[in-house]
Structures are given as structure tokens and as C-alpha cells.
Design a binder for this molecule. Structure first.
Ligand code: NDP
Length: 254
């Protein structure tokens, strides 16, 4: 039921952090992986680690915030792999300011384009392949800020709130083609992204650990199981929903 042998997954931002954790998890179930990212060197390291699991892995250089780049990259992937089964929209970025009004227009656009518009570009370009085969799985990566606001990450929170509503919309629109669209909302996870966050706000490390019922921050490996579930036949009647993978952070009162 969880076997992904012969399936092909695109994982945006699959060269590091949560994306790489998800790519490794899918590969362990036999899934071939297309890593969509901008940094070639980082992607080569990830590709080597994935190939060691015995599956096919390719690097597709792509800027997910650029529709033309996405269009080219999806076409290239379909040619290389011959099919597409799973799309993981994981690539993301954050720009923090003390207060929302401090974000410039350029910064706002960069965050919204990378985190939210990219999901529309990627999903729309992959959709014809999924529709023609009458099956497909889309996993969108949200955040705790899909639920909560954040004064120092306003564009990020707006984008991640949008991820959940976009997920529901695609799920409703595409259920008739047997395409399931769901979101994963990570809690606080040890990656490059949160390294920057903790450099800016070191006091947050303990505050977040104390609020997290599991008593620790998460790691990219913590996403393997949920990603496999949402990519496999096990979730064929699950669509339009979101699963927090947060060690209990989002159910705590404070
Ligand atoms: P990282 O900074 O470790 O990884 C971000 C990834 O996104 C990199 O692989 C990067 O690759 C890729 N990326 C960024 N911009 C683009 C772009 N324009 N085009 C293509 N790829 C891009 O972050 P995380 O692993 O922490 O984050 C992954 C996702 O999880 C993000 O959506 C993030 O918002 C979300 N998340 C993370 C949390 C955490 O605690 N870490 C908490 C909640 C959500 P490259 O630079 O090579 O392009």
C-alpha cells in the first residue's frame, strides 16, 4: 500500500532541508526523484545520496518563482522520466523584519512568488500529465504560519495561509481526475532556514522547544512517513486537508 516503485516524484527544493528529507523518504519506497532547485553543487550532493538508495535521481535546475523556468523544467522532467506521478511543492524562502510595514515591495513579491505563486506555476504545469493518466498526488508544504500569524514574517505567513486555501481549491477542482492534493504543515525544524531565524532570535529556541509537546525541534527525517502516506495508495480517499508535522506545537494553548 505504501510502495512507490516505478513512480516519479518532483520535489522542489529537494536538495536540502525538509525537501531532501521527503525525497529520501519517497526514494526508500522505490520512487524515482527529480530534484527541482537552483544550486547545482548542493543538488549534486542530494542526488548522490538519493541514488545510493537504488532509484533514479536527476537534477533539474529551476527557479520555481519564474513561470517560464517551471514550464521548461517540467517538460524536461517528463522527457527524462517518461511520466510524472507525484509533485511535492516544498521550495520556500522567508524574509524577516521587526514589523510588517518594513517589508519592501520587492521583498514582499519575492516571498509570495517563491512560496505561493510557485505552487500555482508548478501545479498547473504538472496538471495535464496527471489529468491524462487520471491519477496524481500533490503535496504542498505550509507552515505553522498557515494557522498562526507572525509579526516578523508577514509575507511568509500570508503565503503559507494561502498555501492551505490553494490546496483546498485544487483538491476540489481535481478530485474528478483522481488527483489528491494535500498539505503538510511543519512545526519548527532544524534546517538552513531556521538557522537564520535562530541567529536573529536566539531566545526563540527554548520557547519553541518548551511549547512543542515532543520536547524537541523536528528534523527533515520526521517528514518521511507523512510524505510517503500522502504519495501512496494509502491516501487515495484523503484530499484537501493538511497534516501538521509539528511534535504537538499547534495543539498547545501556549
Ligand atoms: P531550506 O532553506 O533548508 O531549503 C529551502 C529549499 O528551497 C532549498 O532547497 C532551495 O534550493 C529551495 N528554493 C528556494 N527558493 C527557490 C526557488 N526560487 N526556486 C527553486 N528552489 C528554491 O528550508 P527548509 O527545508 O526549512 O524549508 C522547506 C519548506 O518548508 C519551505 O517551504 C519552508 O517554508 C517550509 N517550512 C520550514 C520550516 C522549518 O522549521 N524549517 C517550518 C515550516 C515550514 P536552492 O537554493 O538550491 O534553489
Amino acid at each position: 500500500m505504501f510502495d512507490l516503485t516505478g513512480k516519479v516524484a518532483i520535489v522542489t527544493g529537494g536538495n536540502g532541508g525538509i525537501g531532501k528529507g521527503i525525497a529520501l523518504g519517497l526514494a526508500k519506497q522505490g520512487c524515482d526523484i527529480a530534484i527541482f532547485a537552483r544550486n547545482k553543487e548542493k543538488s549534486e550532493l542530494a542526488r548522490n545520496d538519493i541514488q545510493k538508495l537504488g532509484v533514479k535521481a536527476e537534477i533539474i535546475i529551476c527557479d520555481v518563482a519564474d513561470r517560464r523556468s517551471v514550464n521548461d523544467a517540467v517538460k524536461k522532467t517528463s522527457k527524462i522520466f517518461g511520466k510524472l506521478d507525484i509533485l511535492v511543492n516544498n521550495a520556500g524562502t522567508n524574509i524577516r523584519t521587526e514589523e510588517p510595514q518594513e517589508l519592501t515591495t520587492e521583498q514582499w513579491d519575492q516571498v509570495i512568488q517563491t512560496n505561493l505563486s510557485s505552487m500555482h506555476y508548478m501545479s498547473s504545469e504538472v496538471f495535464p500529465y496527471f489529468k491524462s493518466q487520471q491519477s496524481g498526488k500533490v503535496i504542498n508544504i505550509g507552515s505553522m504560519t498557515s494557522i498562526f500569524g507572525s509579526p516578523y514574517a508577514s509575507a511568509y505567513s500570508a503565503s503559507k495561509g494561502g498555501v492551505v486555501q490553494y490546496t483546498k481549491s485544487c483538491a476540489l477542482g481535481w478530485a474528478k481526475y483522481n488527483i489528491q492534493v494535500n498539505a503538510i504543515l511543519p512545526g519548527y525544524i532544524v534546517t538552513e532556514m531556521t538557522k537564520g531565524f535562530l541567529e536573529q532570535y536566539p531566545e526563540k529556541e527554548k520557547i519553541i522547544t518548551d511549547r512543542t509537546a515532543a520536547g524537541r525541534w523536528g528534523f527533515p527525517k520526521d517528514f518521511e512517513g507523512t510524505a510517503v502516506f500522502l504519495s501512496s495508495a494509502a491516501s487515495d480517499f484523503v484530499t484537501g486537508t493538511f497534516i501538521p508535522v509539528d511534535g504537538g506545537y499547534s495543539v498547545a494553548l501556549n
